[in-house]
Design a protein around this ligand. Structure first.
Ligand code: PEP
Ligand code: MN
Length: 339
């Protein structure tokens, strides 16, 4: 249920509406809009008629909308304006399209610093790099762990780029939070509800990837786990889904971008690297994503992809990344946005 307050409702009226919701057994989540305050009532009950009535008659209440979609807090019904997630000086979800770039895995100081400086020079907004890697085989490289996090922090120091890095295990939360600016939840963990709740409590912005067999509806429910813990800084990432097609690593679901933009106020980031699995398809799909309305892109870049410990085949060399940036700026401009 959503309680829409009149524009100009005073703070006491808003507090009274929230207190009434609590009395009725709901949990209020408040959104202060530009014109008015909206309060989402989260609870198992889907707005009993007597509860709707009790709230409708309160002073300062304009209307009560009884039904909320299952993805309550993520829904456009709950919040019409686009959410802007601030990461240091960058804003995700505004007219400006941030580009997150960097290696799949942090491998060494030399590798990371070289890539970080190169992407910075081309105009990237944030640096990505995995210190804990979710590998399909337990026998392959699992990531540098805390040493990798320290290298990411060093790269931030040298370039000023905020850090996006994956968290795999709630046990690592304290150390990852200490170094990261954005916590990435990978595709394999997108429905790990215990982990989602933990990052929901972390107070850090979250980049939530879509699971490889997660529907858009389920994806929004994953975001709901983070939002319902009080963390509003959630970015959704389309990274391809598993289909019968084998010509590409995944099937990049370009449709998901406009569908998500319609259903949620959360910013959408496109990951054409994992979405395609081949470096030569990354730039075309990055451009298509911007044209389709993505609020940002995340791209794997490696200085020496032939010897990369993970995802070399889908990584752009710095020169190709620089070209992508040029083309992306032109496409952004064509759709009324900027890079
Ligand atoms: C990654 O970003 O390197 C990664 C493992 O991505 P995904 O979870 O989308 O497979
Ligand atoms: Mn990767």
């Amino acid at each position: 249920m959503i309680v829409v307050m009149k524009s100009g409702a005073d703070p006491e009226e808003i507090e009274k509406a929230k207190a009434t919701m609590i009395e009725l057994g709901y949990q209020p989540h408040t959104i202060e809009g530009l014109l008015r305050t909206v309060i989402g009532a989260v609870g198992d009950e889907r707005g009993k008629p007597e509860d709707v009535e009790a709230l409708s008659i309160l002073n300062g209440v304009e209307k009560v909308i009884p039904i909320l979609p299952a993805h309550k807090l993520a829904s456009r019904e709950f919040k019409q304006e686009d959410t802007e997630v601030k990461v240091k000086d960058a804003v995700v979800g505004s007219n400006k399209i941030p580009v997150i770039a960097g290696p799949c895995s942090v491998e060494s100081e030399q590798q990371l610093m070289e890539i970080a400086h190169a992407i910075k020079k081309s105009g990237a907004t944030m640096l990505r790099g995995g210190a804990y890697k979710p590998r399909s085989s337990p026998y392959t490289f699992q990531g540098m762990g805390v040493e990798g996090l320290k290298l990411l922090a060093q790269a931030r120091e040298e370039t000023g780029l905020p850090i996006v890095t994956e968290i795999l295990d709630p046990h690592d939360l304290d150390s990852v939070v200490q170094y990261a600016d954005v916590l990435q939840i990978g595709a394999r963990n997108s429905q790990n509800y215990a982990l989602l709740k933990e990052v929901g409590k972390s107070g850090k912005p979250v980049l939530l990837k879509r699971g490889m067999s997660t529907t858009i509806k389920e994806f929004l429910m994953c975001a709901e786990y983070i939002l319902s813990e009080g963390n509003e800084d959630v970015m959704l990432c389309e990274r391809g889904i598993r289909t019968f097609e084998t010509a590409t690593r995944n099937t990049f679901d370009l449709n998901a971008i406009p569908v998500l933009k319609e259903r949620t106020h959360l910013p959408i980031i496109a990951d054409p690297s994992h979405g395609t699995g081949y470096w030569q398809y990354v730039t075309p799909m990055a451009l298509a994503s911007i044209a389709a309305g993505a609020d940002g892109i995340i791209v794997e870049v490696h200085n020496n992809p032939e010897v990369a410990v993970s995802d070399g085949g889908q990584s752009l060399k710095p020169k190709k990344f620089a070209e992508l940036m040029q083309k992306a700026a032109a496409v952004a401009k064509a759709v009324g946005r900027e890079l």
